[in-house]
Write a protein that binds this ligand. Structure first.
Ligand SMILES: [Zn+2]
Length: 65
């Protein structure tokens, strides 16, 4: 049986992300989950380009839940 590592949940608040939309979305989960969803959200809802810079910017917005 593999031991499951308890990962701390992170939260990203879309209100902290600079955008012209009044977006109040908050995403929480493991860092990997949050980043995956946040990148998709930023691209689909905010028209950002999926790039290493975008991921880096999103990472700086991650907070411990
Ligand atoms: Zn948003």
């Amino acid at each position: 049986m593999s031991q499951r590592i308890q990962e701390k949940r992170k939260v990203i608040d879309c209100r902290l992300f600079p955008s012209e939309k009044n977006c109040s979305l908050a995403i929480s989960g493991t860092e990997q989950e949050v980043l995956t969803v946040a990148v998709r959200h930023a691209v689909q809802e905010h028209g950002h380009q999926d790039s290493p810079e975008l991921r880096q910017q999103l990472k700086t917005l991650l907070k411990d839940e």
